[in-house]
Write a protein that binds this ligand. Sequence first.
Ligand code: ADP
Ligand code: MG
Length: 315
Amino acid sequence: MDEFEIIRRLFTPDKTSDSVIIGVGDDGAILRPDAGRDLVAVVDTMVSGVHFPEDLNPADIGFRAVAVNVSDIAAMGGRPRWMTLALTLDNADQDWLEELSSGIASAASAFGVELVGGDITRGSEFVISVQITGDVEPSLVMTRRGASPGDSIYVSGSPGDAALGLSLIQSGDTQLAGSEYLIGRFNRPDARLQLGQAIAPVASAAIDLSDGLYADLGKLLAASGVAGVIELNDIPLSDALLRAVDRTDALRYALGGGDDYELCITASGASVIGIGEHLKTPVTKIGRVLEGQGLSCTLGGEAYDYRDDGYRHFH
Ligand code: ADP
Ligand code: MG
């Protein structure tokens, strides 16, 4: 298949909504936003061997590349609408590309986002870049900047599972009890879209977890100009994680692991918990916002010295 056949056969949606005036096939996409909504734009690039193992199932690569962008939109309180897709292909094996395209299509349908354009180039390694434009009610935008002393700190889901899932993929250890669940947490992140929209009216700040709870919450606190403390015994650890590793390592995965794509939220009331219950999305209070700067940890109320080794590309 040449580039144009690939686009036509694998990356041209059968139908598009009325908001897509011109989609795949022209020089650019023409999109019609709803009146009164602001746009939210995000992009994420994933390099094979850096952001996921080279031999990861292509359907999972495609799903994940979309989901991590949706997660950013969720953290802003927005709704994903249109995406463009840039691929650098090291080889264009047809079956592999078909699976990639099916993973992208299933994420697009799961999260309600439409593919409206993209680019394909040849290069020495596989790179996938997804750009999503979403929209948001202007008065309900969530940012990293609004946390204030006295707010509670919440996290959705059970952080650490995806990081252990990735290490199981890398070690090839798929016999372990719970490994299917844990690997699924890496391959198919949820992206807490409904939760993000539902908490936007009550949250003071939010961030999605890509680099690890400790590092990402630290970014939220720094952006808000406040300090925070989390109680490690309150971090929700999954049964699968606790069965697989001891408690200290489980906490290390949860704090420093990354790839969770859960939301970390600050809010002053307790309504965040109720909203989570209503959506059947687990949300747990893990700490408090304080005056000052920096993120500290307690374990059973005692100060606990956690050294962050969250993921960074450049040191
Ligand atoms: P141009 O040269 O004007 O950038 P191309 O010939 O590269 O256009 O692409 C043709 C059309 O196919 C464009 O509408 C472009 O957005 C779309 N397209 C290219 N690659 C992809 C892709 N991977 N997924 C979806 N659409 C794509
Ligand atoms: Mg052109």
